[in-house]
Design a protein around this ligand. Structure first.
Ligand SMILES: *Cc1c(COP(=O)(O)O)cnc(C)c1O
Length: 427
């Protein structure tokens, strides 16, 4: 394939923007080569500026659960656009989106809408600290919660791929308020609570960590988190920015019945436009300004275009209830790739939950961030390259999760599975 037009644009981009990208995961640093530029996206396909059509398993890194440029989302945004782009006053779309979130997500009685997942997790942390008057936060190795200062410690893919798990520019004192523990290890958590009595404001966790490959909780683990938080007067924060609305309408909390105190949301909730949200019990949420002492704000929060896209995306989920079908497609691709790896004699783990899956080249199941980084990542770039050259776009990092959209039909899934299986045979 010829990528000359993308190459030319990237050379221009490099002069204008650090690394030529506006988010580091878009750079192809860990798989080699340079990123392509996308001209347009439709359904499950990206068309590059070079004219190549690619089956997309990145899904704009999570939001595109209905595929790209869905006519329903487009027309809802067009309807909103007709009325103006931003008002700086309340608008009726906010009510519609908030109502859906509250109806769907078990822990959410009130919601605050913001502009990104990072804003949502940052505000959850501030709210947990404000509510408990404690300062320490527990997070888990490999979980990514956006680029919040105090959470950018052992934070999964972007940081792992670039080889600096901790960012420069974060005062040691900030990181010192963050306790990092291994995921799937309740004993470590119990010990941390013992060592820091009445100091822990909350635990933030991706209930299914999906930024370090995909890691699934051991039976009873999330229930254990809930219990330890309650016993110790700490708040449990589920970061469902990735899993919310994707694995079930109400996210992992609906699937597992484990109810957090606060939930951070993003990605799918915005239908491809910038939206984040945090929600929880009314008495906690009412601690936010203007009612309470915890300040949180946003010039463009509740933006009518973004709200319209989110409303359409959620309505589509309600009408189509695609979860069982996406899970079936996930299993279809999983089984095909496991067969190919077995035939080739390559150890492969392929954790999959609904529309999310990832490949770990490992002999054993991956249960934590440390085990994910211990898996062999040197095979992935080769598979990535083979896939790209044959029309399949995987995330450009061994530590990312692949996403299936409702727009991937069975024929496309099978076509992609064949390309990836051939890639595995050639490793
Ligand atoms: C993507 C992501 C975030 C950050 O969201 P942004 O919109 O990129 O700021 C936070 N938490 C999780 C689990 C994510 O996957």
């Amino acid at each position: 394939m010829n990528w000359k037009r993308s190459e030319d644009l990237f050379q221009q981009a490099l002069k204008l923007m650090p690394g030529g990208v506006n988010s580091p995961v878009r750079a192809f640093r860990s798989v080699g080569g340079n990123p392509f530029f996308t001209e347009r996206a439709e359904g499950c396909m990206l068309t590059t500026v070079d004219g190549h059509q690619l089956i997309d398993f990145v899904g704009t890194w999570g939001p595109a659960i209905h595929g790209h440029n869905h006519p329903r989302i487009r027309s809802k945004v067009a309807e909103a656009l007709d009325k103006g782009t931003s008002f700086g006053t309340p608008n009726p779309y906010e009510i519609q989106l908030a109502q859906r979130v509250i109806d769907w997500v078990p822990s959410v009685e009130k919601v605050r809408l913001c502009n990104s997942g990072t804003e949502a997790t940052m505000s959850c942390i501030r709210l947990a600290r404000g509510a408990t008057k404690r300062s320490k936060i527990i997070k888990f190795e490999g979980c990514y919660h956006g680029h919040v200062d105090s959470l950018l410690v052992k934070a999964g893919s972007g940081a792992l791929t670039l080889g600096h798990p901790d960012s420069a520019g974060i005062p040691a004192g900030f990181a010192a308020e963050t306790i990092v523990l291994p995921y799937n290890d309740l004993a470590a958590l119990e010990a941390a609570f013992k060592a820091n009595p009445e100091q822990i404001a909350g635990i933030i966790v991706e209930p299914y960590p999906a930024n370090c490959g995909l890691i699934l909780p051991d039976a009873g683990y999330l229930e254990g988190l809930r219990e330890l938080c309650s016993q110790n007067g700490s708040l449990l924060i589920f970061d469902e920015v990735m899993t919310g609305f994707r694995l079930a309408r109400g996210g992992v909390q609906e699937l597992t019945g484990v109810t957090p105190d606060l939930t951070a949301m993003g990605k799918v909730i915005g239908g491809g436009l910038p939206v984040g949200a945090l929600g929880g019990k009314a008495e906690l949420m009412d601690l936010l300004a203007p009612l309470g002492p915890v300040y949180q704000a946003g010039t463009l929060s509740g933006n009518p275009l973004a709200m319209a896209a989110g409303i359409a995306a959620l309505d589509l989920l309600e009408e189509t209830d695609p979860y069982a079908d996406m899970d079936r497609k996930g299993q279809r691709i999983r089984n095909a790739l496991l067969d190919a790896a077995k035939a080739k004699g390559i150890p492969l783990q392929l954790p999959q939950a609904g529309s999310m899956f990832c490949l770990f080249f490992s002999e054993t199941a991956v249960r934590s961030g440390a085990e994910a980084t211990a898996s062999s990542v040197n095979l992935f770039p080769k598979l990535f390259r083979h896939a790209l050259e044959n029309g399949v776009f995987l995330p450009p990092s061994a530590y990312e999760t692949c996403f299936i959209a409702t727009a991937h039909d069975d024929a496309t899934i099978d076509q992609a599975a064949e390309v990836l299986s051939e890639g595995i045979r050639r490793l």
